[in-house]
Design a protein around this ligand. Structure first.
Ligand code: UDP
Ligand code: LCN
Length: 795
């Protein structure tokens, strides 16, 4: 963090070159621009690159300055006399509002949101570099708070006493109701357990432990029980963060997990690539399998024999378009104890039949969560309350918050992507966006859920606090304004220890290296051959590849504007060198724009046809419609690797980018956008390459240079392929993820009890916002015309 504020240092900086600065400020005003972004500022003053944004309200120019990820200062400069004054976030936001809605800016009673007001006692991280490492920080804080005298460890004792599974005590019972007592008995018990060979089953010495007040949960054999008891003794004597985290990772806290993922078509087959149904669905299904595996292992090691239960709760869509989204229950493939539960949306007229865009989903959510349907069904299937509720995306996170609060359960949230940063000025220019995207609902729901959550799971650091040059997705919710609705002076603090990075992986039973010949799904060979090289056009592919000896550059995504598949096609079309080196294969969307119900998809499809025509791409390019079979897709990545090709992910912005790690898992060298998660996934030039989606010429040159270099150095392609695989094993596997997330569930479960007062205060604030404000905004979102099913036939 900066030691001096911008307001302190700016006057000196201004004085140093008063003449130039005056001219510069005069230019800010002369341009007539009212809101200036980094790009505009750079054009005017190359030297003040720290400034992220400036609002021009003559004679003032107000700056938002970001000197480190998550650290902002605000100042206003008088362009006439160059006087500089520090201002609060609120004052800065008012400057911005002056540009878009003067009446609102001048309204003294405009509604303000200040979640920071409730963070009076919560400790905060101090270093930008520690952001996203909340678990570690919380373990440290707990160590310092629980240490020293026995009475300080009382919260931990109470927590252990409360642990149970469906009413059956775990770990300890009421006989051990004092810290000193527990400490003393632990010493005796550890000596007793040590007298047995390590692999002695728990039941052989259970009786004696029970007499002392111990219950099941310490371990499945003498060796494990002894280790856990030693950890407990160490913590009670003098806690330290490493033992604290290990001890909590062993506690039997999590048997039943509910995961909300509501929008889109949520299914296990034939859904991927549909609008709103992308990586999030892949993520959740893989996440469930990874969590279940980790939970089974933990439960076994705890010496328990209950079965974990995971329920993914989504929306039942009667018009399921050939998917299983109209089925209420579906077991999750390759899991033993996990299911999808689908609950329909209801309106006053009955069950809503059709898919609705994630942007229009808000009017249904409250009923969904509260109107007994979901809650009652979950409680019935779980035979009680879940131990952990995880939300996904805005809609799932809001419903997770409502239910977790109602049931008093630990809650984690996952954004996958926060929409706010995807659309420039989507907050302050709300009026331009709201009728189409309903961002007033979305940003309110996001704000509520991120404040209600006990912990937030993110895939990358940049998702929280961005990079040197770009603010993070969560960071953009720190202070913002939606004129006419409310002004957020403190929305979320990225230094809050609730933030944790746990990156997803890719299913390695499908996505494995192209070199593992024996494992390859050869049965897809003919279909893939047809898909890539059959010269006839049909409703699955158009265009053809005349020279099949060339490597292929490949991309696959939903057909959203932000995915920029048309951008990549244009770069390719324009770059003759690249066109002479490689073929292009695009997977995504379908070919008839009039059949798309999605606003952006239809426009992108049309544009793609135009580009193919404009650059005469047939012969060098194949466009394949969205593909839904992940095993076949994995073989497609590997077939592209066989051609010594590459994967290209050209998105204008990508929150994480599962296709990037799928390609890397298959050993396919990958070029991916430098805007968002992929920039963090790969080390440029070592495990893949970064490309700038806003500079197509430079990006296509980088790709062409790579293939040229591969021609000269036969080992180069393999080096990048292996670099990608190494990176995956080190950082991006589901095993690493599941372990981290279950540890979060356990530690933050305790943390919420520890901070119960503050949690309740925030919850009250949540309700105050939810009831009068969110409801009103949600009710403004139109409900589709199509006739819903009458209630009577819905169940
Ligand atoms: N996908 C697919 N078929 C398609 C397009 C995408 O199976 O036609 C899959 C892809 O393999 C990946 C996911 O959908 O697993 C997309 O995830 P990503 O994180 O890349 O992007 P998102 O769609 O979530 O924005
Ligand atoms: C949503 C996105 O936009 C992608 O970037 C992610 O990879 C996906 O969700 C899974 O988290």
């Amino acid at each position: 963090m900066a030691t001096t504020t911008v307001a302190d240092s700016m006057p000196d900086a201004l004085k140093q070159s008063r003449y130039h600065m005056k001219r510069c400020f005069a230019r800010f005003i002369e341009t007539g621009r009212r809101l200036m972004k980094l790009k505009n500022l750079m054009e005017e003053i190359e030297s003040t690159i720290e400034d992220k944004e400036a609002a021009v309200v003559p004679p003032y120019v107000a700056f938002a300055v970001r000197h480190n990820p998550g650290c902002w200062d605000y100042v206003k400069v008088n362009a006439d006399n160059l006087s500089v004054e520090a201002i609060s976030p609120k004052e800065y936001l008012k400057f911005k509002e002056m540009i878009f809605d003067e009446d609102w800016a001048k309204d003294d009673n405009a509604l303000e949101v200040d979640f920071g007001a409730f963070d009076y006692s919560n400790p905060r991280l101090a270093l930008s570099s520690s952001v996203g490492n909340g678990l570690n920080f919380v373990s440290k804080v707990l160590s310092s708070k629980l240490g020293g005298k026995p009475e300080e460890a009382m919260p931990l004792l109470d927590y252990l006493l409360a642990l149970n599974h469906q009413g059956e005590n775990l770990m300890i019972n009421e006989n051990l109701n004092g810290v000193s007592k527990l400490q003393a008995v632990l010493i005796v018990a550890e000596v007793f357990v040590s007298s047995f060979p390590k692999d002695t089953p728990y039941k052989d010495f259970e009786h004696k432990l029970k007499e002392w007040g111990f219950e099941k949960g310490w371990g499945d054999n003498a060796g494990r029980v002894r280790e856990t008891m030693r950890l407990a003794s160490e913590i009670l004597q003098a806690p330290d963060p490493i033992n604290m985290e290990s001890f909590f990772s062993r506690l039997p806290t999590t048997f039943n997990v509910v995961i909300f993922s509501i929008h889109g078509y949520f299914g296990q087959a034939d859904v991927l690539g549909l609008p709103d149904t992308g990586g999030q669905v892949v993520y959740i299904l893989d996440q469930v399998r990874a969590l279940e595996e980790e939970m089974l292992q933990r439960i076994k090691q705890q010496g328990l024999n209950m079965k974990p239960k995971i329920l993914v709760v989504t929306r039942l869509i009667p018009d399921a378009r050939g998917t299983t989204c109209n089925q209420e229950m579906e077991p999750i493939l390759n899991s033993a104890h996990s299911h999808i539960l689908r609950i329909p949306f209801r309106t006053e007229k009955g069950v809503l039949r059709q898919w609705v865009s994630r942007f229009d989903i808000y009017p249904y959510l409250e009923n969904y969560a509260k109107a007994s349907d979901a809650t009652a069904k979950i409680l019935e299937l779980m035979e009680g309350k879940p131990d952990l509720i995880i939300g996904n995306y805005t809609d799932g996170n809001l419903v997770a918050s409502l239910l977790a609060n109602k049931l008093g359960v630990t809650q984690g949230t996952i954004a996958h992507a926060l929409e706010k940063t995807k659309y420039e000025d989507s907050d302050v220019k709300l009026k331009d966006f709201d009728s189409k995207y309903h961002f007033s609902c979305q940003f309110t729901a996001d704000l509520l859920a991120m404040n209600a959550a006990d912990f937030i799971i993110t895939s990358t650091y940049q998702e929280i606090a961005g990079s040197e040059t770009r603010p993070g997705q969560y960071e953009s919710h720190t202070a913002f304004t939606m004129p006419g609705i409310y002004r957020v002076v403190s929305g979320i603090n990225v230094f809050d220890p609730k933030f944790n990075i746990a990156a997803p992986g890719a299913d390695q039973s499908a996505y494995f290296p192209f070199t593992e010949k024996k494992k390859r799904f050869v049965k897809f060979g003919p279909a893939i051959e047809e898909l890539l090289y059959n010269n006839e056009e049909n409703n699955e592919h158009i265009g053809f590849l005349a020279d099949r000896k060339r490597p292929i550059i490949f991309s696959m995504a939903r057909f959203d504007t932000v995915k920029n598949l048309t951008g990549l096609t244009e770069w390719y079309g324009k770059n003759n060198k690249l066109r002479n080196l490689v073929n292009l294969v695009i997977v995504g969307g379908f070919f008839d724009p009039s059949k798309s119900k999605d606003r952006e998809e239809a426009a992108e499809i049309k544009k793609m046809h135009e580009l193919i025509e404009k650059y005469q791409l047939k012969g060098q390019m194949r466009w394949i419609a969205a593909q839904t079979d992940k095993y076949r897709n994995s073989e497609l990545y590997r077939t592209i690797a066989d051609t010594k090709g590459a994967f290209v992910q050209p998105a204008l912005y990508e929150a994480f980018g599962l296709t990037v790690i799928e390609a890397m898992n298959c050993g396919l060298p990958t070029f991916a956008t430098n805007q968002g998660g992929p920039a963090e996934i790969m080390v440029d030039g070592v495990s893949g390459f970064h490309i700038d989606p806003y500079n197509g010429d430079e990006s296509s040159k980088k790709i062409a240079d790579f293939f040229e270099k591969c021609k000269l150095d036969s080992k180069y392609w393999n080096r990048i392929s292996e670099g990608g695989l190494k990176r995956i094993e080190e950082c991006y596997t589901w095993k690493i993820y599941a372990n981290k997330v279950l540890n979060m569930g356990s530690i933050y479960g305790f943390w919420r009890h520890f901070n119960v007062g503050q949690k309740q205060a925030k919850q009250r604030y949540f309700e105050m916002f939810y009831n009068p404000l969110f409801r009103k905004l949600a009710n403004n979102v139109p409900i589709p015309h199509e006739e819903p099913l009458p209630l009577a036939t819905s169940d």
